[in-house]
Design a protein around this ligand. Structure first.
Ligand SMILES: [Fe+2]
Length: 289
C-alpha cells in the first residue's frame, strides 16, 4: 500500500509544526490532524484562528474528511485549536491515557475541577499504550514516549511517525525534560524506542528551532538520519551521558511564555472553560511555578 501523504504547517510564533495525514487523490478522504495551533496573544488575551484556518482551508480544498484530531501531549508553549477544528470540521479528539497524570499534577495549581474532568472525558478518546487504530486506509499505532512530559505519545501512521517533542531534528536534539513529571531518563528510553523503527520511516517533529542562521524550519528526518546524527541521542550515546547533559541544559531555563494559558486550555481539549457572566478567562496562579 502507498504510504500516507503528510502536509506540515509551521507557526513561526511558537515554532510549532501541525500536520494533516491523508492520501492525496484517493477515494478514501479520511484524514488526521496532529497538534493544531490556536493563535493567542498573551497581552490582550485575544485569540485568532489564522493558523487553524490554514489547516481547515487545506482540508476543504482537498475534500478531506476529518477522522481524528490528535495531540501528541499537553503542550506548554501553544494552545491547541482542537476544539475550534472539531466545531468546524468534526472528527474525534484524542490523546494518550497518560494525560490523567498530567491532569492530576496541575489540578492543585489551577483548581480546575469544575470544568476540567480528571478522567480525561473532555477528549473523545484516550489511547492505551500500543493501541492500534486506523487513519483512512492506514494502520496506526500508539507508542508511549514520555520524558518531555509523562504523557507524550508518538503516532505511527503507515511509515510516518509523529513524535511531538520526544525528539527534534538531528541538529536540534530532543525536547526539554524539566516540566512537572518530565524525565531525562524516560526521554532517552523513548528515543531508543523511536530509533528502533525501520531506517526509512519518516519522523515528523512537533517543533523546529534551527540553530541561528543555519537553515529554514524543516519538519522531517528519517529514522536512519536521526540514528546517525541526532546531536543528543545518536547511536552510541550512553544514557547517563545524555541524562547529565539534558539536565544541565534544562537547569534554570525560563518557562515558555504561554505555559499557563496553554496548559489550562489544552487540559480541556482546547476549551476556555466556564464563563463568568458570559466572559471567559484565563486563570494565572501566582507563585506556583
Ligand atoms: Fe511540548
Amino acid at each position: 500500500m502507498k504510504n500516507p501523504d503528510v502536509r506540515g504547517f509551521f507557526d513561526p510564533i511558537t515554532a510549532t509544526w501541525s500536520y494533516v495525514v491523508y492520501t492525496d487523490g484517493d477515494t478514501d478522504k479520511r484524514c488526521a490532524i496532529i497538534d493544531s495551533v490556536l493563535d493567542y496573544d498573551i497581552f490582550s488575551g485575544r485569540t485568532r484562528t489564522e493558523s487553524a484556518d490554514r489547516v481547515i482551508d487545506f482540508i476543504k480544498t482537498k475534500g478531506l474528511e476529518v477522522q481524528w484530531v490528535l495531540e501528541t501531549h499537553i503542550h506548554a508553549d501553544h494552545l491547541t485549536a482542537s476544539a475550534y477544528i472539531k466545531e468546524k470540521l468534526g472528527g474525534k479528539t484524542a490523546i494518550s491515557k497518560h494525560i490523567l497524570k498530567v491532569l492530576k499534577t496541575w489540578e492543585p495549581i489551577f483548581h480546575n475541577e469544575a470544568d476540567t474532568p480528571a478522567n480525561g472525558y473532555q477528549f473523545d478518546h484516550t489511547f492505551a499504550d500500543d493501541e492500534i487504530f486506523a487513519v483512512g486506509p492506514f494502520e496506526a499505532r500508539i507508542i508511549h514516549t514520555p520524558g518531555h512530559t509523562p504523557a507524550d505519545t508518538s503516532y505511527i501512521i503507515g511509515d510516518a511517525v509523529f513524535v511531538g517533542d520526544a525528539m527534534f531534528l538531528p541538529d536540534v536534539g530532543t525536547g526539554r525534560c524539566d516540566f512537572p513529571g518530565g524525565s531525562a531518563e524516560h526521554s532517552f528510553d523513548s528515543s531508543r524506542k523511536l530509533l528502533a523503527l525501520p531506517d526509512d520511516y519518516r519522523m515528523y517533529v512537533g517543533h523546529d528551532y534551527p540553530p541561528a542562521g543555519s537553515r529554514l524550519p524543516q519538519c522531517m528526518a528519517t529514522i536512519k538520519e536521526q540514528r546517525q546524527s541526532n546531536v543528543r541521542v545518536h547511536e552510541g550515546v550512553a544514557k547517563n551521558e545524555y541524562v547529565l547533559k539534558r539536565n544541565q541544559d534544562d537547569h534554570g531555563k525560563e518557562v515558555p511564555k504561554l505555559l499557563l494559558p496553554s496548559i489550562q486550555v489544552n487540559l480541556r481539549a482546547g476549551e476556555f472553560g466556564n464563563a463568568t457572566a458570559g466572559v471567559q478567562y484565563v486563570k494565572i496562579p501566582v507563585n506556583q511555578i
